[in-house]
Write a protein that binds this ligand. Structure first.
Ligand code: ZN
Length: 373
């Protein structure tokens, strides 16, 4: 059984340690010490050799005694967004806050703490279970760098659960978008704006004309969004602008729709820019793969069944956000996102209901137990 007081104290201990992205070492060492206390042999990988951080991802394996049970992986990230150093937890009416000068760090220590407590409870109860893998990642908040740079051959699971999304425990996210960042460079020709403007080709005007032709942006459809978040151009007021750069963030739950939108948008921009005498270059960066599970995928069914056993209100959802879970799916691990209660994240007003912390740990525990039944 989950021990609420122990879990609360552990959560407070975990968020009290500074753990900025690329600086998770102290946190990682604390987590590894706790895993050893649980009789596990945690391993740290070398993903930080590629990210420039001061430690790698932490992995642990809980060997099961029910060989036919599906093997599960639970994942949470260790880093927190700034300001994160010197967090002091304030308890008020069953809700946890920071003192207002830092984030709380519930994003994602609620995931970390609930996984540790669930395994501790599992060991204490002696209840039969299958193999369980725990993954604590680095630098999620700056582009999921830990999961991007991990060695996927280390994944030994049939289903994964990413413990890093808001909402009340019982809410299960089964789909998240694939994302493209399209870096566009529009090239015109410079000339003196006053003496010989007719010799120039203005890249700002060409880029603007191309963007104005895009038929729909923002919310494209129920599954798809598109944003121009960066636009940079210009050298001086008296120079016909020779180059303009902008970036399109495009994402969709519907991957064929996304591919088609990418192609049509790039074709439209190219056509408009070239018609105005300019040239265009595209660099398409795949931001993250999609989470594309059906509502009745066994991974989702298992989380649903265990939530129902706990009396949680089950809700199946989709999100427009990306997380470590997207990349785990991209590595071939079907991965659902389980709501942890984290609220107002990435602000100093972040909070977490104590009940949601306890229920998240219960959910991890119950999912492990249910998988072996
Ligand atoms: Zn997070």
């Amino acid at each position: 059984m989950i021990n609420e007081e122990r879990l609360l104290n552990e959560f407070i201990e975990l968020v009290s340690i500074p753990c900025p992205s690329k600086g998770e070492k102290e946190e990682a060492e604390l987590i590894m010490a706790k895993l050893r206390e649980l009789g596990l042999e945690p391993h740290m990988d070398t993903a930080n050799e590629k990210t420039g951080g001061n430690c790698g991802n932490v992995w642990a394996y809980v060997e099961g005694n029910v060989p036919n049970a599906p093997k599960l992986l639970f994942e949470a990230h260790m880093d927190s967004v700034a300001p994160t150093t010197g967090t002091k937890v304030v308890r008020k009416d069953g809700v946890l806050y920071s003192d207002g000068t830092t984030t709380l760090g519930g994003d994602d220590k609620v995931g970390v703490a609930s996984m540790l407590e669930a395994v501790r409870a599992l060991k204490e109860s002696g209840v039969p279970h299958g193999d369980v893998q725990l993954l604590f990642t680095i630098s999620e908040e700056i582009g999921c760098l830990g999961v991007v740079n991990l060695d996927k051959s280390w994944i030994k699971a049939d289903y994964g659960y990413c413990m890093d999304i808001g909402g009340t425990p019982g809410e299960i996210t089964y789909a998240a978008p694939k994302l493209y960042d399209i870096y566009v460079t529009v090239k015109g020709k410079s000339a003196h704006a006053g003496i010989a403007p007719e010799e120039g080709i203005n890249a700002i005007m060409l880029a603007s004309a191309a963007l104005a032709k895009i038929p729909v942006y923002g919310r494209v459809d129920a599954e798809t969004t598109m944003n121009i978040g960066l636009f940079n151009a210009g050298i001086g007021t008296n120079i016909v602008c020779p180059e303009a750069k902008f970036v399109i963030d495009m994402r969709s739950l519907n991957v064929p729709r996304l591919e088609a939108l990418k192609d049509s948008t790039m074709a439209l921009i190219k056509e408009t820019v070239e018609a105005g005498g300019g040239q265009v270059e595209f660099e398409v960066v795949e931001g993250c793969p999609a989470v594309e599970l059906s509502k009745d995928h066994p991974c989702i069914e298992l989380a649903k069944k265990s939530a129902e056993k706990l009396g949680f209100k089950v809700e199946l959802k989709t999100t427009g956000g990306c997380s470590d879970g997207n990349y785990l799916c991209g590595y071939g691990l079907p991965c659902g996102l389980l709501a942890t209660g984290m609220s107002n994240v990435h602000t100093t007003e972040e909070y977490l209901k104590e009940e949601d912390l306890y229920n998240t740990a219960r959910w991890v525990y119950e999912t492990i137990v249910t998988a072996a039944e």
